[in-house]
Design a protein around this ligand. Sequence first.
Ligand code: NDP
Length: 310
Amino acid sequence: MTNILFAAGPELWADYETPLRRALDATGLDYTLGCDAAPETVDYIVYAPGSKLQDFAPYTRLKAVMNLWAGVEKITGNPTLTAPLTRMVDDEGLTQGMVEYVTGHVLRHHLGMDAHIVNPEHAWEPNVPPLSRERPVTVLGLGALGQACAGMLAHLGFPVTGWSRTEKQVERVTCFHGDDGLSRALADAQIVVLLLPDTPATRNLLDADRLARLPWGAVIVNPGRGPLIDDDALLAALDAGQIAHATLDTFRTEPLPADHPFWAHPKVTVTPHIASETRVDSAARVIAANIRRGEDGEPLLHLVDRDAGY
Ligand code: NDP
């Protein structure tokens, strides 16, 4: 009998219990699933940041912790967790949602939609936007989400450049990697999309120096993580005109504090961490399939590299 502890909190349990049972039943696994269990009897933990469970040491038989979200920065540093950690990947809802968010916000800026949506003077100013093929876009992070977004933007005709830690080949995307590749990835980017994880290596990646390397008037879309950008440097670059607009979905502190300058800044769009959400049914299937793999002795999918932090 495989013992699965749902430790992602009571609100998520209400959403996930039925879909998880349905998905686990479909795998044919003999299992128990609940929110309480004696720690030494637990095989797998379904987890979400914010869970009360922080000390994994008593879970002596643990085979894996399965994070419901894609981002794992709140758990990778937990010294009591020695069992394998997986994260949410391949949830078609999560990927589709991110592609829609990124495409929508890139097109908003590319087409200059704001000038028509808010036009109190009823100005007739026929500024025709360039075609997508004249608007280079750079996607920082070429993982599951970055590749899907880069692919859609390339499909729409944008010249897309991508950047990752290790070397990548992605169809229709000019790929750079590593520290040397970053300058080249930023050099022509009129729109920059951040889809990197929050790790010690990516924190403050877009600082004053790197923001200054972008073409004048570049736009930033950040559904990745707040700490990827130096807030003060971004505000200064917006005020100077170096950056024309920033659409931000993720922040160092969430919810974004009421007095944070981003809220009132005319060149910042704040969205409340809604770029993409793990969708219950598809996420339940991903978790169940991975537990089945574990029980069948197959390598778990979507393992987090604890040293790299993602
Ligand atoms: P992945 O782990 O699949 O991809 C991460 C990408 O970032 C990889 O291409 C990786 O490079 C690259 N990367 C990591 N560290 C570095 C570095 N130091 N230098 C250069 N590149 C680096 O993640 P996902 O695509 O699934 O998700 C990306 C992020 O999106 C998540 O970590 C999360 O923070 C955020 N997110 C936000 C959501 C929202 O609603 N706002 C929802 C879901 C996710 P390599 O390929 O070489 O490993």
